[in-house]
Ligand binder design. Structure first.
Ligand code: 8X3
Length: 250
């Protein structure tokens, strides 16, 4: 039976790589993101291999989340896999120098956005007594580092939500996996450093960082384990990384 996955933040990085990989594995896709042109381009590419629907909204906008997800007809509401991937970091500053707008953005996307999307989809999974939720957290959710306090807090929130979801959803036949990547070279640092390409590049210099495909592979692993298996938590580093702030550079 062909499965259906909804992926947030599908227009780039881990979300996009997961979409491509799921398509190759014959999984129907609901691709969500803010950038409609990117969503359409990805849909046009993947529609040759699987069924694809796109929904363009901002996960941090509760009304827009509700409105868009509720346009899904009964067939598309049969979501087997929810990948809560949307989110990111904004700024890397000491707390006293931090921009409150950055903090709000991180809490709105990383925490509230994940909750808004899940609030709509989980009841559909409960009705079918099955489903898998993959929350993309971060090593920042397990280890707080200086200048990243609010990002770390938002990802600690994701960790708590993953544990809470598992406690409440296991009785409904729903499995919850939390994936915490370390350094993955995507648009992540470009966004964090507000477009400063040089600064972003330096995060990944002189070692081999993870690429989005590495995390997509882990997501696929979580959703392809036998039905009696639940991957609760995965932390994934590049070989050169040993904790959130320790990277062995050549
Ligand atoms: C991304 C990893 O270490 O930059 O979430 O916080 S880190």
């Amino acid at each position: 039976m062909k499965r259906t996955a909804l992926i947030t933040g599908a227009t780039s990085g881990i979300g996009e790589a997961t979409a491509r990989l799921f398509a190759k594995h014959n999984i129907n896709l609901i691709l969500c993101g803010r950038r409609i042109e990117k969503l359409t381009a990805l849909k046009n590419e993947l529609v040759n291999i699987t069924s694809v629907k796109t929904l363009s909204f901002d996960v941090g906008d509760r009304d827009s989340v509700n409105k868009n997800l509720n346009t899904l007809n009964e067939a598309w509401q049969k979501i087997d896999i929810l990948v809560n991937n949307a989110g990111g970091a904004h700024g890397l500053d000491l707390f006293v120098e931090g921009d409150v707008n950055d903090w709000e953005r991180m809490i709105d996307f990383n925490v509230k956005g994940l909750l808004y999307v899940s609030k709509v989809i989980i009841p559909w999974m409960i009705k079918r007594k099955k489903g898998q939720i993959i929350n993309i957290s971060s090593i920042a959710g397990k280890q707080t580092y200086a200048k990243g306090m609010v990002y770390c807090a938002s990802k600690s929130g994701v960790e708590a939500i993953s544990k809470g979801m598992r406690l409440e959803l296991v009785p409904h036949g729903i499995r919850v996996s939390n994936i915490a990547p370390g350094a993955v070279e995507t648009e992540f640092s470009i966004v964090r450093f507000k477009g400063d390409q040089k600064k972003a590049k330096s995060v990944y210099s002189n070692y081999d960082p993870l690429v989005a495909q590495d995390i997509a592979d882990s997501v696929l692993y979580c959703v392809n384990v036998p039905s009696h298996v639940q991957i609760a938590d995965m932390t994934i580093f590049p070989a050169a990384q040993s904790d959130a702030t320790t990277i062995h550079r050549k």
